[in-house]
Design a binder for this molecule. Structure first.
Ligand SMILES: N[C@@H](CCC(=O)N[C@@H](CS)C(=O)NCC(=O)O)C(=O)O
Length: 209
């Protein structure tokens, strides 16, 4: 199988971590795709142009990090990321959705910052900066939740991969005033699968902060 990624994508990173956690490195070749580029050859492989994208050996392609993670988790019949049944399962879904909400905003923000300066929308940059502050404060109050601290799960990975964008977006300052979130993130980041997939540092900034 082939997994198309970009090194900075938080969604691709979630899948790359699952591959390492499940020890599937020998079954999945990781390929860097050229996204957001007119006429990229990648568009002939995945017309949406998004990553992550898992191209199975039978030629069928899967989009969406959550779907790809679930597929890979079940590949060898011993899933470890399935959610519990009943009330704990809804709680897990709630937290995963909240983590995704923050990461989605951070991804939109950095996507805007990567554009040429005169094409960036100041309103969008400000909107996402403010969202990130509200969400960081919310997570500071919730990071003690047992689901965020037990064995690795997709809510934890989704939040950690979003927060990890701090090394690319210099305006993302989620640490200030959030000691519990800092400790949680720094502890999770020591995990070998997290360390091995850290996004390349960059220096994107609006210069307005
Ligand atoms: N909901 C998707 C989001 C995927 C996504 O937005 N990927 C970005 C990179 S972080 C992308 O491929 N952007 C390229 C483009 O928009 O053309 C998932 O969870 O996989």
């Amino acid at each position: 199988m082939k997994l198309y990624i970009t090194p900075g994508s938080p969604y691709a990173r979630i899948v790359r971590i699952v591959i390492l956690e499940k020890k599937l490195q020998d079954r999945v070749e990781i390929i860097t795709a050229q996204t957001r580029h007119a006429d990229s050859p990648y568009y002939r492989i995945n017309p949406s142009g998004r990553v992550p994208y898992l191209l199975r050996d039978d030629g069928v392609g899967l989009e969406e990090s959550a779907l790809i993670c679930a597929y890979l988790d079940h590949l060898e019949g011993k899933p470890v990321f399935d959610l519990p049944a009943g009330v704990p399962g809804w709680e897990a879904r709630r937290l995963e959705a909240l983590a995704r909400s923050m990461t989605d905003g951070l991804a939109v923000w950095i996507r805007e910052l990567v554009r040429p300066r005169d094409e960036r929308s100041p309103a969008l940059l400000d909107h996402e900066a403010q969202r990130s502050r509200r969400m960081a404060a919310l997570w500071e109050s919730m990071i003690d939740h047992p689901w965020m601290n037990g064995s690795l799960n997709l809510a934890q990975l989704t939040l950690a991969c979003g927060l990890g964008l701090e090394t690319r977006n210099l305006d993302l300052q989620w640490r200030d005033g959030h000691p519990k979130l800092c400790a949680w993130f720094d502890r999770l980041s020591k995990n070998p699968s997290m360390a091995a997939t850290a996004p390349p540092a960059a220096a994107f900034t609006s210069g307005a902060a």
